[in-house]
Design a protein around this ligand. Structure first.
Ligand code: ATP
Ligand code: LTN
Length: 326
């Protein structure tokens, strides 16, 4: 199976990104042909600082590697270094109805959030994402739930293109984790945990023990004191139970039993300890990588070369089908 996924270099990687996407990638790279990209062109659709973009790209690179991404087992590269992404994005835009883009939930949400900067890039974002996916003949796209709609649109774009110009692209499918596809904010369990929202609601993979403890102990919980998984009545505790379960490997039912009659405080203390212990290796490995700048550059350059071969091959076919080449 060919796998493709991407992450935007916009700030710190959090446990939502990890449980929803990266953890799945690490498992998939063992038995599949995986292509993972730092999608810097996608990071430019919302306000950002040009002088910080390169630094963020290197930060994300280190966190990926610290989390277990193995460049010997996958292709790992920076999106903007492969020009074919933008070229295919333009070509695909000619078969994408504007209405499909306007109904995307992320577009609607981000247009409200960044009212003063609703640029065309924000609207066209899913076309670039479709280009990322389709360029590599992707079968499966492992992402969190918030990206499901975009992958479905990529599938629809592939279908339209094939119908109009003849079979060219595979129709990719989304791959969501069974649990953890949508980790919620610790400060507002109705909203997803997000890099660009309230930092108190978000546990970063590189958070220090004190920060982890503080964020978990102040996480919003629900009325009552029972530790029970019930998303509609107890969204706060249910989110914490999901996090506990995914990091410990214990089922939520068994965790409920363990904490029967014990109250939120005890549960939160145990969860803090668990996260401190499980996140420690990320911080340690990331620190080791700080000293390996040359190695990091080599990994990305190698990834660029390998990605480019596949991308150029696809574009040759696409140009022919669309009448741009003899
Ligand atoms: P932002 O919320 O600022 O747009 P983000 O935190 O969603 O950013 P992305 O780079 O857009 O970060 O997402 C990277 C991957 O992590 C995607 O596959 C996305 O679906 C997944 N993901 C993001 N947030 C969560 C979450 N709260 N729970 C599960 N998966 C998530
Ligand atoms: N839109 C995604 C990032 C992304 C992506 C992709 C994910 C860009 N291109 C291709 C999977 C496949 C997000 O997480 N915001």
């Amino acid at each position: 199976m060919r796998i493709f996924s991407g992450i935007r270099p916009t700030g710190e990687i959090h446990i939502g990104n990890y449980l929803g996407a990266i953890k799945n990638w690490i498992a998939l790279q063992e038995k599949n042909e995986c292509v993972f990209s730092i999608v810097d062109l996608h990071a430019m659709t919302t306000p950002y600082l040009p002088q910080e973009l390169q630094k963020n790209i290197m930060e994300v690179t280190k966190v990926y590697l610290a989390a277990g991404l193995n460049p010997e087992k996958c292709i790992f590269f920076v999106q903007s270094q492969i020009k074919e992404h933008t070229e295919l994005s333009w070509l695909l835009s000619t078969v994408t109805p504007i209405g499909d883009l306007q109904r995307m939930t992320q577009f609607k949400e981000k247009s409200v959030k960044h009212k003063r900067d609703v640029n065309a890039g924000l609207l066209n974002y899913p076309i670039l994402m479709a280009a990322d996916i389709l360029l590599y003949g992707t079968d499966l796209v492992p992402v969190g739930k918030d990206q499901k709609q975009h992958v479905e649109l990529a599938r629809e774009i592939a279908r339209r293109f094939n119908k109009k110009f003849g079979k060219t692209f595979k129709e990719p499918e989304v791959l969501l984790p069974k649990t953890g596809a949508k980790i919620m904010s610790l400060q507002n369990p109705e909203k997803k945990m997000s890099k660009t929202d309230n930092p108190q609601g978000c546990i970063e993979l590189l958070d220090k023990p004190d920060a982890i403890r503080k964020k978990i102990m102040t996480a919003v919980t629900d009325p009552g004191k029972e530790i029970k998984y019930d998303v509609s009545q107890k969204p706060g505790i249910s989110n914490l139970l999901t996090i506990y379960s995914l990091f410990s490997g214990i089922s939520t039912t068994d965790i409920e039993k363990e904490f029967e009659g014990k109250g939120y405080q005890t549960f939160k203390e145990k969860l803090s300890q668990l996260l401190i212990e499980k996140l420690e290796p990320f911080r340690r490995k990331k620190k080791e990588l700080e000293l390996r700048q040359t190695l990091l550059e080599k990994i990305l350059e190698e990834g660029r070369k390998r990605a480019q071969i596949i991308a150029q091959e696809t574009m040759k076919k696409v140009r022919k089908k669309m009448g741009l080449l003899k």
